[in-house]
Every structure is written in structure tokens, then in C-alpha cells.
Design a protein around this ligand. Structure first.
Ligand code: GDP
Ligand code: IMO
Ligand code: MG
Length: 432
């Protein structure tokens, strides 16, 4: 059996949760490897919607193991809420189904206050973060002053670490005009949450190694998307982790040689929530139509998503930096009813040059004018179709053109939010 990484090929919210849920039927284990509760992964099964922020999207499959790797920043408050929600739905009855790495860093109230304070201070230049404390928690990790899951289980250790950290954190909060946090309050709540999560805390890296040794198939679930990657995204309008497939190994504690295949997820159009360049953004009635028909409002913050046409330059770039060998196109149904559909195939830059690859210079990107290729649209609703051959000819032509432009095989298309509303052309676990 092979091991597969699922990664967002755009700016997040591509439908990764739905695809991971579906592909879990072929996997034994699902692992989140980066990000935190900034993610919102939506699963719809039998008309019931579940939005997950930290727990891997394989959790609806009884008996399949879910791991939260060392590379994730875990908000214990959000994790407990999610565990309670799942238990309330009679899911995850066996605590052994979910394991959280003892080395995963923890998000505490001061991280959220710093995040909110900075955003409020930045005015129009703000990143537009989810306010979940992600950036400040990763900063602490890199600065070697972070608190980890293991620390929540050791009162003395936690007290010492928080005591060492809070003076500086509070000075920063105060400088941003926020309300300081209080040591005893943070400590007692963190210990309480630690106790609740204790049964799930373990050595993910070692357990994963055992699973892989026994030939179990592992699905690595990316959060955010390639263009939000801290190194490869539209910096500084990015998140604070490496979202690309290469980080799956680091964030799960396995070697890169265990990964056989990388599947990128893209919508059939483009969306972005938060600030930063979006070359194909439509600010007209068509953009509004995509937002309404596609229900493009953030699963974590409820913010309206910015919408636009599909961008082949973005997908080619994502294919390169992730080493993608499969692509899934979601939300094809949202394009139904349009007379014509467009794909950006190049950008015209202010210096008069035309480029066909994604520019790394943010100044150029901000000014880039997309040049579109126009294809015929289709009128038929797609939601009930389950075979590739049943799709309207112009839908197939659209998908095939994307394949050609990106140079990566489209292994599945999604025609609705439900798990079953998917046409799978190739099982990615058979690649390797
Ligand atoms: P993720 O963050 O990549 O997991 O994506 P989100 O869950 O944030 O956003 C994707 C949204 O699109 C969710 O509301 C899904 O239920 C929905 N969705 C996924 N695939 C499809 C599809 O093929 N068609 C439609 N109409 N909705 C979809
Ligand atoms: P999923 O996994 C879409 C965006 C935020 C902001 C930037 C930085 O559901 O695809 P952060 O809170 O991470 O510091 O915010 O990243 N962002 C996402 N956008 N989907 C996500 O996750 C996102 N997670 C963060 O809107 O622009
Ligand atoms: Mg999302």
C-alpha cells in the first residue's frame, strides 16, 4: 500500500476535507501535519455537515486512526470543543482513534491576544488572519520558548515555562493595546484542558513508523494551501507554516521516502479569504455569483471569500513546488449555467512582458493582468452524475484543458459537497 499527501493547490478551502474523508476509505491512518484551528475542513455525509479544525478529516470512519502531528499548533480549547462535538454525535467512541503528538506546540490565550492586537494595529496592511493565534505560536516555537502538548501534563514544568514566558508576552500585549493575561488563570485552565486531552497524547512519530512498517496506508492531510505557504506563498500574505507536501514528512515525524504520491486539490475556480494578491479576482456580478452559488464563506471565520476564474499559472506553480502527481478539481457544479468559462493562461506585467509562469516578485504579482482562454460553458446540473462519461462534453473539455495546462492528471472531480458527489478516475493509493 502507498502513502499519499493531500495538499491545497490554491489559497486554501479547496475542498481538502471532503477529499480526505472520501479517500480515507482506502487509507488506514490520517495525519494532520501543519497549521492549526485556522483550518476549517467541511465534510458532508448523508446530509449531515461536520466542520473540523484540528481533528483529521478521517475521523468519521470508525476504526481508522487519526493523528495530529508534531508540526500542528494545537489550541487545547478548540481541540476539546471538537472532541466534545464529535462525542456528542456518537463519533470517536474509542479514544485510541485520535492521537495528538506530545511534541505539538500549544496555542494559549496570549497568542490569540497578540494575533488580534497586531491585526488591529496594522489597519489596511493587515494580513487578515483567522485570529486563532497561529503566527505567534509558530514564532514561539522557532524562538525556542514554546509550550508543547507534553508540558500540559506536567504542572511544575508548565508553571516554570509560563512564568518564563509571560512577562515578555504581556509586555507585547500591552504594547498592542490589549489586556494582559494572568499566570494562575492561564496555568489552571491549561492544566485542566491537558487532563481532558491526556488520553490522546502520545508519540505520533513512533506510532506512525509502526503503522508504516506493517504496510498500513497513510493519508497526510494538508491544511491551508500552497499560495499560503510561509516560503512559497504570496508572502507576507501567508500563514506561518509550510503548507506544501514536503512538510508532511517533517510535521508528522516520518522520513520523506515513505511518501509515494502527492495529490493537489483545486476548486474549478479560485477563492481567497484574507488579504493579498489574487490576480484572477472578479469584483463584479460574476464574482458575486460564484460566491453565492458556491456558498463561499469561510468555514472558520464566516468571512466572504474573494472569488475569480481558475488560474493555470497558480496550479502549475503548485504542481512544481509540491511535486504533484495527481489533481482533484472540486466544485465543478458551481460553474453550471455559465455561457462561457475562463482560465488564466498568462499574465501581462506592467513592463509590457507576458509571463506564463507564476511570478515570485510580489510587486509584479500585484500588478499582473491575467490573460484568459475562454471555453464553452455547460447548462446541465452535475450533482447527480457519478461517471466521467456522463459529464457534459464541455465539462470534460474544461477538465481536460486544465490537465493539459497544468501537466498533471485530474484523478477525480467533485460535483457537490456530499461525500458521494465525486467522480473518481484513479485511486491515488495505487500510484506507488
Ligand atoms: P477545505 O478547507 O479545503 O477542507 O475546504 P472548506 O471545507 O473550507 O471549503 C470547501 C467548501 O465547499 C465546503 O463548504 C464544502 O462542503 C464545499 N464543497 C466541497 N466540494 C464541493 C463540490 O464539489 N461542490 C460544492 N457545491 N461544494 C463543495
Ligand atoms: P483551510 O485548511 C483559507 C488565511 C487567512 C489569512 C492567512 C493567515 O481551511 O484551507 P492565519 O490565521 O493562518 O495566520 O492567517 O491565511 N488562512 C486560510 N485561508 N483556508 C484556510 O485553511 C486558512 N488558514 C489560514 O485567511 O489570509
Ligand atoms: Mg477551509
Amino acid at each position: 500500500m502507498s502513502n499519499v499527501v493531500i495538499v491545497g493547490a490554491q489559497w486554501g478551502d479547496e475542498g481538502k476535507g471532503k477529499v480526505v474523508d472520501l479517500f480515507t476509505s482506502w487509507a488506514d491512518v490520517v495525519v494532520r501535519y501543519q497549521g492549526g484551528a485556522n483550518a476549517g475542513h467541511t465534510l458532508v455525509v448523508g446530509g449531515v455537515k461536520t466542520v473540523l479544525h484540528l481533528v483529521p478529516s478521517g475521523i468519521l470512519h470508525p476504526g481508522k486512526r487519526c493523528y495530529i502531528g508534531n508540526g500542528v499548533v494545537v489550541d487545547p480549547e478548540a481541540l476539546c470543543e471538537e472532541i466534545d462535538l464529535l462525542k456528542g454525535k456518537n463519533l470517536m467512541q474509542d479514544p485510541a482513534q485520535l492521537v495528538v503528538s506530545e511534541n505539538a506546540h500549544v496555542i494559549l490565550p496570549y497568542h490569540k491576544r497578540i494575533d488580534a492586537g497586531r491585526e488591529a494595529r496594522s489597519g489596511a496592511a493587515k494580513i487578515g488572519t483567522t485570529g486563532r493565534g497561529i503566527g505567534p505560536a509558530y514564532e514561539d516555537k522557532v524562538a525556542r520558548r514554546g509550550i508543547r502538548m507534553r508540558d500540559l501534563l506536567q504542572p511544575k514544568v508548565l508553571r516554570d515555562k509560563l512564568t518564563a514566558r509571560l512577562d515578555e508576552a504581556n509586555a507585547q500585549i500591552a504594547s498592542l493595546g490589549g489586556e494582559k493575561v494572568e499566570l494562575e488563570a492561564v496555568l489552571s485552565r491549561a492544566l485542566e484542558l491537558g487532563e481532558k486531552i491526556a488520553a490522546h497524547v502520545g508519540d505520533c512519530s513512533e506510532r506512525l513508523a509502526h503503522e508504516i512498517e506493517r504496510g498500513r496506508a497513510v493519508l497526510f492531510e494538508g491544511a491551508q494551501g500552497t499560495l499560503l505557504d510561509i516560503d512559497h506563498g504570496t508572502y507576507p500574505y501567508v500563514t506561518s507554516s509550510n503548507t506544501v507536501a514536503g512538510n508532511a514528512a517533517v510535521g508528522a515525524g516520518v522520513g520523506p521516502t515513505v511518501i509515494h504520491s502527492v495529490v493537489g486539490i483545486s476548486k474549478a475556480y479560485t477563492t481567497r479569504v484574507g488579504n493579498g494578491p489574487l490576480p484572477t479576482e472578479l469584483t463584479d456580478a460574476l464574482g458575486e455569483r460564484l460566491r453565492t452559488v458556491g456558498a463561499e464563506f469561510g468555514a472558520t471565520t464566516g468571512r466572504p471569500r474573494r472569488c475569480g476564474w481558475l488560474d493555470a499559472l497558480v496550479l502549475k506553480y503548485a504542481a512544481r513546488v509540491n511535486g504533484m502527481n495527481g489533481l482533484v478539481l472540486t466544485k465543478l457544479d458551481v460553474l453550471t449555467g455559465l455561457d462561457e468559462v475562463k482560465i488564466a493562461v498568462s499574465y501581462k506585467l506592467p513592463n509590457g512582458k507576458t509571463v506564463t509562469s507564476f511570478p515570485s516578485d510580489p510587486e509584479q504579482l500585484g500588478e499582473a493582468q491575467p490573460v484568459y482562454e475562454t471555453l464553452p460553458g455547460w447548462k446541465e446540473p452535475l450533482g447527480d452524475l457519478r461517471e466521467w462519461s456522463e459529464l457534459p462534453a464541455s465539462t470534460r473539455r474544461y477538465v481536460e484543458r486544465v490537465e493539459q495546462l497544468v501537466g498533471v492528471e485530474v484523478i477525480a472531480v467533485s460535483v457537490g459537497a456530499e461525500r458521494q458527489q465525486t467522480i473518481v478516475r484513479k485511486n491515488p493509493f495505487r500510484h506507488g
